[in-house]
Design a protein around this ligand. Sequence first.
Ligand code: B12
Length: 217
Amino acid sequence: MGTEMFEAMRNSILDGDEELAKELAESALHENLDLTSVMNDGFLRGIQEMGELYQAGEYFLPELVCAADAMKAALEILTPALKSSSNHAGMSKGQVVLATVAGDVHDIGKKIVAAMLTAGGYDVYDLGVDVPVEKIVEIVAERKPDVLGLSALLTTTMQEQKNTIALLENRGLRNQVKVIVGGAPVSSRWAELIHADGYSDNAIDAVKLVTRLISER
Ligand code: B12
């Protein structure tokens, strides 16, 4: 059981079929399917393949946007359940604050990272998109998360990841939080250059990275 359902989930994303993605997410809940598999073997495979097809020039922006809408619709249905299934009785493994940096409105990838972290048992606080450095640092001071994840999809906004780390240092907060960076133009080289604590190019490895960083604390 499950394989065809996972296949249907993948296809619903590739086809950009929002209604079907919602229906499948709802049936996954009714049938009590393992939600981590629903994500990894179902919906996430769809969005990852879509990304590859787009990169290869086989699919274009309208298809990608439809796929993203379908993914968002499925995530909306699954996120509350992902939260309650993993954080049993508030036993969160740690807190992660996420933000897309100032000047940048791309959030599809960050939402996937958020969903996977939630599924992995982390308490995720998503600040949204186009978040100014000051605001990010203020929230770090206030909430004291274990990890801060910064997403940037534009070469011009990557700089804000660097600025955030600099302001954290400036405010004496840098040692309190592990900072990880991601987004299509970001690389491990860039992460090293700006003294981030980690980088990952996909959501599944992002969860592994967070797990490792928190265990090292
Ligand atoms: C969809 C999209 C949009 C949508 C965004 C919708 C949304 N709500 O997110 C819209 C149409 C709004 C848009 C707008 C623009 N876009 Co745009 N966009 C894209 C596109 C096609 C896909 C991005 C995406 O969602 N990918 C799918 C997700 C799943 O992948 P991902 O984001 O990389 O995330 C994964 C990893 O990177 C990682 N990750 C992501 N974040 C984080 C964070 C952490 C902490 C970690 C650990 C990991 C991690 O995990 C994710 C899951 O696997 C890319 C092309 C591309 N190949 O990336 C261009 C792209 C990013 N956009 C681009 C541009 C230029 C723009 C615009 C300036 C266009 C314009 N002229 O108006 C505007 C800018 C708006 C702004 N101020 O931000 C360029 C950037 C060029 C550059 N190098 O700077 C790209 C590369 C397209 C191109 N080839 O020219 N865009």
